[in-house]
Design a protein around this ligand. Sequence first.
Ligand SMILES: NC(=O)c1ccc[n+]([C@@H]2O[C@H](COP(=O)([O-])OP(=O)(O)OC[C@H]3O[C@@H](n4cnc5c(N)ncnc54)[C@H](O)[C@@H]3O)[C@@H](O)[C@H]2O)c1
Ligand SMILES: O=P(O)(O)OC[C@H](O)CO
Length: 318
Amino acid sequence: MTAAEICIISYLQFGTNARNNSKFDSTVNMWVFEETVNGRKLTEIINTDHENVKYLPGHKLPENVVAVPDLLDAAKSADILLFVIPHQKVAKITRQSHLKQIGVDEGPDGLKLIAEVIHEKLGIKMSVLMGANIANEVADEKFCETTIGCRDQAQGALLKELMQMHHFRVTVVQEADVVEICGALKNIVAVGAGFCDGLGFGDNMKAAVIKLGLMEMISFARFCGGVADLITTCYGGRNRKVAEAFAKTGKSLEELEKEMLNGQKLQGPATAAEVHTILKNKGVLDRFPLFNAVYEICYEGRPVTEFIHCLQNHPEHQ
Ligand SMILES: NC(=O)c1ccc[n+]([C@@H]2O[C@H](COP(=O)([O-])OP(=O)(O)OC[C@H]3O[C@@H](n4cnc5c(N)ncnc54)[C@H](O)[C@@H]3O)[C@@H](O)[C@H]2O)c1
Ligand SMILES: O=P(O)(O)OC[C@H](O)CO
């Protein structure tokens, strides 16, 4: 592994993973979308103070992680690329802005995943990784598990060797598509969990949201690989937090994202819209009332107080 050069395409948690990890023992280029923070370039702050003060304040990065503002420069000699960016930004990264790039998309031939989109654009073998991995906790080296979906066994073993640390335990499975689908769909469920919290419903209802959300994820993916990440995102994630504020304040999601996330992006509402298009085109919306309710509340002005109806009339209870 020491011979391989690694480039992180943006980051949150994986920059910090380079600390105390002998596999990241040489320079790790990290492409960073350039921004000005308090009059200084973000890359310059990271390279001087070893901290991403905008997106991961309070956590020091190892000194061998070097922020590079030019994507091609950052990636030019890399053997391994780690893409850690909001899915809304993938179009830009692959420089194919005419394509609609989303967590899950209904491309011309049906469902299209981001890994597939990147593979098509860049011609590289893709694997996917899902948590539960809330960035602050990973950076604090608190224990977590992660799942890598990788069809190629040798590549899976290599990625495990690269990523695994004492606090960051890695399982490799071959069902890469399922890992990616669960990683996207759980964000919709977390928005529902946030509605629950914002409306002051109790833990029983939130458990119902997580269970029914999981059922819909299983129906969608026909396989279950994402339970831990689902639960974490429904309790600790940004999707939940912003959805709670949405239900409590009546402000728009866009406004709350700006106010509460300091440039970070919500994956849940966008994924709900993308999944809604797929389900509608397939004529199966009625089988996914929770996903559909999250979509309608986020985008069609359905009152959030009606969220409970999707649970009361869920096909799981018929
Ligand atoms: N943050 C977490 O706790 C966490 C945990 C697990 C998985 N994830 C997943 O990791 C992925 C990335 O999430 P995140 O939290 O690192 O990022 P984010 O959604 O918080 O967005 C911030 C990142 O976007 C980059 N960015 C901002 N504007 C940009 C632009 N115009 N072009 C390109 N990049 C731009 C920033 O440099 C920053 O790295 C998402 O799929 C998310 O669901 C995040
Ligand atoms: O903060 P969220 O809602 O984007 O979720 C965080 C992660 O996906 C948890 O693994």
